[in-house]
Design a protein around this ligand. Structure first.
Ligand SMILES: Nc1ncnc2c1ncn2[C@@H]1O[C@H](COP(=O)(O)OP(=O)(O)OP(=O)(O)O)[C@@H](O)[C@H]1O
Length: 798
């Protein structure tokens, strides 16, 4: 088909309705699909100006139109025509330039042209590094795919695996995060990827880095090599190893900023300021106070800093709503905060890098990077939360004097145009006294401050780029004072296994360990130091004030200072106490106190139970399984008596077979192999059965089509359940009724009307009746929560 030519057929609701036979309709559809395929292969993108020029299905064109997308952006103009031809794509374009649509449109078209139906299973997989981004992609998919009838789902964790499990087997398109997807692939025989047509990695460079390696390798292993693959990012990888891992076939590298002078959006103004570490919060506070009518996003390097600054600044009332978002928050809270920040006109969000990539918060005026990003790519993604899609925006990077040289070099190499500005000293307000007052009054905040301090120090310490990050050069004592703390918590970083071992070791042992270290080393100097220590007025004030449950935490951190000890206590403070099971406890040999009791588990030493939660744990067979031991292999003699294997083996034979430890490892490795092979077989059998069932259903559906006459109009697979109807079903529970269950796969699905079809007379009566009864029958609001979205995903199921 010539470029720009009109595709056969127009919008169905504009057509006069008439009866046509199913077979005739199917034939037409097939012709239409063939024409589309041909048009896509022959398409010449040089004159592409609007989406309507593209050889797209009526459903996608209409979805784009309804979502008010008319003119494609550069990356869309370049990438979509190639993707429609079936090419693998490596797409690179600046932040906020519309990469999401550049991969969603080809996804929809791929499945449409393959005549994808529910019986074909999973056809497209879209992987995102964070839950928030996955949700955002899903929302855009929902908008532009509204006229298609594919089922789509979100797999992002934070939900019961079993709940998700049943739905997933019936999805055509999944938007997922890597870890959760891997979990499903391993444990869910209903999820079959054998038929996958297209794989998308959004923020591909992030997904392909070491952090997600295991999950991505597991996912790739389970999907067919013959699929199409699309990779997108503002900082794209061309790493040959990565491309080999994904088995890309002659990928097209589509870059719309490689030739540009800057890697960041043109309307973005970028500045940096040099701020000594102890002045950072003064400058941030002064900046926020001076911009209370703006929408500001502030990045820190750790969760603890985000919380500390949020909690303290809130108490100081800057005159602008404050929000905070970190990966440690619960999913519902994260969603709520994202939604609040998105809809607000002026507010300030403190966040970690969990929101650095991909998120499309509308109209952010300022992005402040209060802590130096780990590299130039992270800088580009963070600052890209502003100046999105042709809007203006401003970014300010705070750099400590020691970070300036190294970071500027990195930014220059990545083509980031950034200019230095100075802070007007007379406008700078010191917040140290206020922070000191808050910490003094509120022990929790002071504790948080100490954690913020150590987290920041750790974040600098672990950075790879030592030309930029040098902990030793930072004025840590002054930094602690600037946070309102009476002294710098002592920091001592342990590396690798040692840290892990200590973290996992029983607390009592650790305690002994620590004290014994002191004693054994005869660290008299340390003891003398403690006596000689100069105590300030503030120290005494804090001691006096903080005589409550937190006291031990502070003293642990500040005075006696062992970081590891504090870490351990931190777990006490923040998590359920790991009172020893068995003999490793501080309570060993003592009887239970009031409100405590011992419960015996698997005939081992009793477990101390001092809370309902621990009682529940101790009485849960499943939770206690880990304490049960591995079981022993037994052999039965002729009398039916059980014997351990070694009883039948003479000593010489045993010795011949090699070292006992090696024999044991060999045996375990062999058994493990057998178990996973059996597991694989079971899964394959289950999947095979499912596929056969699907094939049958598909064949049955096709046979059925020929028997009946129907009204003309696109069917193309599953009928789309209008959103209102689905919600009406769920909301049935509002008036005490049970929400009806989703239609089971095996049952013949009721034909749903399309969203553009009018209610039948019968349906109108039903709705009227329901309204009289007070039932909610119409969904007027957009889905807001994750539950709404997930319900919607299920709602697309037939
Ligand atoms: N063709 C278009 N017409 C109008 N607006 C568009 C178009 N394409 C995308 N947008 C809008 O541009 C904004 C940015 O799009 P998107 O989130 O896809 O950018 P991105 O390139 O993925 O950014 P990032 O690199 O940060 O992930 C969104 O608000 C989106 O709705």
């Amino acid at each position: 088909m010539a470029k720009g030519a009109k595709l056969p057929g127009s919008l169905p609701h504009l057509k006069p309705r008439r009866k046509v036979s199913k077979s005739l309709k199917r034939k037409r559809e097939e012709e239409e699909l063939e024409n589309l395929e041909k048009a896509a292969q022959e398409f010449d993108a040089s004159n592409l100006t609007k989406f309507a020029d593209l050889p797209l299905s009526r459903q996608t064109t209409s979805g784009l139109d309804k979502s008010h997308f008319k003119v494609p952006t550069d990356i869309q103009r370049k990438a979509i025509p190639l993707a429609l031809k079936g090419k693998d794509i490596l797409g690179a374009a600046k932040t906020g330039s519309g990469k999401t649509l550049a991969f969603l449109i080809p996804v929809l078209e791929k499945l449409h042209r393959a005549k994808w139906t529910a019986d074909d299973g999973l056809g497209a997989l879209i992987i995102s590094p964070t839950r928030e981004l996955a949700i955002q992609i899903f929302e855009v998919l929902r908008k532009v795919g509204q006229r298609h009838s594919f089922s789509a789902g979100l797999v992002i964790g934070g939900k019961n695996l079993q709940d998700e499990r049943e739905r997933l087997g019936r999805m055509n398109i999944l938007v997922c995060t890597p870890g959760r997807m891997k979990q499903h692939l391993e444990q869910n025989p209903d999820l079959d990827t054998y038929n996958l047509q297209i794989l998308v990695l959004d923020e591909a460079d992030r997904i392909l880095d070491m952090g997600f390696k295991d999950s991505i390798d597991a996912i790739i292993q389970g999907i067919p090599k013959s699929r199409q693959t699309l990779l997108f990012s503002a900082t794209q990888t061309k790493n040959v190893n990565d491309l080999a891992r994904l088995s890309l076939k002659d990928p097209e590298y589509v870059s719309v900023h490689e030739a540009a002078t800057a890697a960041t959006p043109g309307k973005l103004q970028q500045h940096y300021i040099i701020t000594p570490l102890p002045e950072k919060l003064d400058i941030l506070w002064s900046f926020i106070r001076a911009n209370v009518k703006s929408k500001i996003l502030v990045f820190f390097s750790s969760t603890k800093q985000v919380r500390f600054v949020y909690e303290t600044f809130r108490q100081m009332q800057p005159g602008i709503p404050l929000l905070h978002l970190t990966g440690k928050q619960k999913q519902t809270a994260r969603l709520e905060i994202s939604a609040k920040f998105s809809s607000s006109k002026n507010s300030c969000l403190f966040a970690t890098d969990v929101v650095a990539r991909g998120l499309d918060f509308p109209a952010v005026d300022w992005v402040i990077q209060a802590d130096c990003p780990e590299d130039a790519d992270t800088y580009i993604h963070r600052v890209g939360r502003t100046a999105r899609y042709e809007r203006d925006g401003r970014g300010v990077l705070f750099l400590c004097p020691t970070e300036e040289k190294g970071m500027l070099e990195r930014l220059k190499t990545k083509k980031v145009p950034i200019e230095k500005i100075n802070v007007k000293q007379n406008k700078k307000q010191s917040v140290q006294n206020q922070l000191q007052g808050i910490c003094f009054k509120d022990p929790e905040i002071k504790y948080l401050g100490q954690k913020a301090f150590t987290s920041y120090a750790r974040s600098v310490y672990v950075q790879k780029d030592k030309d930029i990050f040098d902990l030793e050069k930072l004025p840590l004592q002054e930094f602690a004072t600037s946070l309102g703390l009476p002294g710098a918590p002592r920091i001592k970083f342990l590396k690798g296994e040692d840290t892990k071992q200590r973290k996992n070791a029983p607390r009592a042992l650790l305690k002994d360990d620590d004290s014994s270290q002191d004693e054994e080393s005869g660290d008299e100097d340390a003891k003398k130091d403690k006596k000689k220590e100069v105590r300030t007025k503030y120290d005494r004030m804090f001691e006096r004030q903080n005589q409550n449950i937190f006291t031990s935490h502070y003293t642990g951190m500040v005075r006696h200072g062992e970081e590891e000890e504090a870490e351990e206590k931190d777990e006490d403070f923040l998590a359920v106490k790991r009172h020893g099971y068995g003999s490793d406890t501080e309570d060993e040999g003592k009887g239970p106190n009031q409100g405590q009791k011992f419960i015996e588990v698997h005939g081992k030493d009793p477990m101390l139970v001092d809370s309902k939660r621990r009682e529940k744990l101790a009485t849960s067979k499943k939770a206690m399984l880990k304490y049960k031991g591995k079981g022993t292999k037994l052999v039965f003699d002729e009398e039916g008596e059980a014997h351990a294997i070694y009883e039948f083996e003479d000593e010489e034979g045993f010795k011949k077979a090699g070292d006992a430890e090696e024999q044991r490892d060999r045996f375990l490795a062999e058994e493990k192999k057998k178990v996973s092979a059996a597991d694989e077989e079971d899964k394959d059998v289950a999947k095979e059965k499912r596929r056969a069932k699907r094939e049958k259903q598909k064949a049955r559906a096709l046979e059925g089509e020929d028997d009946n006459d129907d009204e003309e109009g696109f069917t193309g697979g599953l009928p789309l359940i209008p959103y209102e109807d689905f919600d009406a079903k769920r909301d049935g529970s509002d008036d005490g009724e049970e929400a009806p269950e989703l239609v089971e796969e095996d049952r013949p699905a009721k034909k749903q009307k399309k969203w553009f079809e009018d209610d039948s007379e019968e349906e109108r009566k039903k709705k009227k009746k329901a309204k009289r009864k007070g039932k909610v029958v119409e969904m007027q609001e957009e889905p807001e929560t994750l539950d709404d979205l997930e319900a919607l995903a299920a709602g697309l199921l037939a």
